[in-house]
Design a protein around this ligand. Structure first.
Ligand SMILES: Cc1ncc(COP(=O)(O)O)c(C=O)c1O
Ligand SMILES: Nc1c(O)cccc1C(=O)C[C@H](N)C(=O)O
Length: 406
């Protein structure tokens, strides 16, 4: 059911300079509507053959020699390439390792230890659960206290809100760059400055921005950052995460999971742990080489396309989704910022029936996410999503909403 005033997606797709990139992704040609690329991105077509070739040639052919030839350095070489492609990080500051959860533990502990005498971890009430849970566990373990920023679930942390809570006891400020629920895009440079003015270190969780929103970690003077690689970086389910530590802090920071792969000379196998210089000290155990291969493919693609172009399409897609939703779903409330400058790569629409609507949409191969309270979350991966797909998905929301509220 259309009001007739909604912009036709066809000319938008025809004018989209990235439209052809859709064909690079597995499944993008099917009628399924995928609104969950911010939870698990689609695989690139090149990744299947690349995994098969890895098994036959690198793993099967080189066997243990692969470590010396490429794998031992891969967390750092790929980290550097990821840093250059979409994090604004010069070489030597990014490593691929662990999961975001584990890297949150490592970075928060390292930051706390670097601010002796200060006891507070500042974070917001609405940040992703794993961030809050890890911080709470560290507080129990170390005696640190959590100091909460109260935020509106349809918005996020502003400089004013942060300035109210930081103080001389703040050791570390932990923030999400794009809020997982509302898509609020935090003003990272301003918030980083506020943390620094209070004498604290800042950790940015970039899970919902890496690969879709340009990030400038060096220019913003960020201390530490973490993020996952399976959303807009299309690394695949459970692919390892990334960690950034500013070069100026690397000698000073000590992460707590002292494993042999982060030691100065792993193969000396000496009696005690000495951290490796540079980013290698952020590693703990054997790197997940197979898990990095799909990410490598996406980093190649992002390097070619440029994250600014990805962001331009992302803004186009979320603006179009907001426009269509406003026309087609007048009873639904926007639960994301209306200003595209403050909005990340997804859009959340709120209505009391959205849990039921989401379940019904999945049954008809329209795949968004549901997030409490009442949020239908539409994740739009710019390189694999078309404007026509946005329109088809929202038409389905209209039909299903009519059915479940009839
Ligand atoms: C902001 C944020 N942090 C962390 C995570 C997850 O961390 P992990 O990959 O360790 O499950 C997610 C999503 O799952 C997230 O959205
Ligand atoms: N990591 C996930 C998983 O292992 C299973 C299901 C969903 C996820 C997610 O990534 C959730 C996502 N971070 C969110 O913002 O809700």
């Amino acid at each position: 059911m259309s009001t007739g005033t909604i912009t036709d997606p066809a000319p938008l797709d025809a004018a989209d300079p990235l439209a052809a990139h859709r064909d690079l992704f597995v499944g993008a040609e099917t009628p399924l509507v995928y609104f969950d690329g911010n939870s698990l991105g689609r695989p690139l077509r090149v990744t299947g053959p690349r995994l098969a070739a890895f098994v036959e040639q690198e793993w099967g052919g080189r066997l243990i020699r692969g470590w010396d030839e490429r794998w031992f350095e891969l967390p750092l070489t790929l980290g550097d390439r990821l840093g250059r492609a979409c994090l604004g990080a010069a070489a030597g500051q990014t490593a691929i390792a662990d999961s975001t959860t584990v890297l949150l533990y490592k970075t928060i502990r390292a930051a706390l230890a670097a601010r002796p005498g200060r006891t507070e971890i500042v974070l917001d009430r609405d940040q992703f659960p794993t961030d809050r849970y890890v911080a709470a566990g560290i507080a129990e373990e170390t005696g640190a206290t959590l100091r909460w920023i109260e935020v509106d679930t349809s918005a996020g942390v502003t400089p004013e809100l942060l300035a109210e809570v930081v103080g001389e006891q703040t050791a570390v400020v932990l923030l999400n760059h794009v809020a997982y629920r509302s898509a609020w895009l935090a003003d990272a440079p301003a918030l980083t400055r506020i943390a620094h003015d209070a004498g604290a270190l800042v950790i940015w969780d970039l899970c919902h921005s890496a690969g879709v929103v340009p990030v400038e970690l060096d220019a913003w003077d960020v201390d530490l950052a973490v993020g996952c690689s399976y959303k807009y970086l299309n690394g695949g389910p459970g692919a390892p995460a990334f960690v950034y530590a500013a070069a100026r802090l690397q000698d000073e920071l000590r992460q707590p999971l002292q494993g042999w792969m982060g030691a100065a000379d792993p193969f000396t196998m000496g009696p005690s742990y000495e951290p490796a210089p540079g980013m290698r000290r952020w590693l703990s155990g054997t790197p997940a080489v197979v898990g990095m291969l799909a990410l490598e493919d996406m980093v190649d693609l992002l390097g070619e396309v440029g994250v600014e172009a990805v962001r331009a399409k992302s803004v186009g897609l979320t603006a179009y989704a907001a426009e269509v939703a406003a026309e087609l779903l007048p009873e639904v409330a926007p639960a994301s910022p209306t200003d595209p400058e403050r909005r990340g790569g997804h859009l959340t629409l709120s209505h009391p029936a959205m849990r039921e609507v989401t379940a019904a949409l999945w049954r008809r191969d329209v795949i968004p996410d549901y997030r409490d309270p009442h949020g239908l979350r539409i994740g739009l991966s710019p390189l694999s999503t078309s404007y026509a797909e946005v329109r088809a998905g929202l038409d389905a929301v209209r039909e299903v909403l009519d059915e479940v509220t009839a």
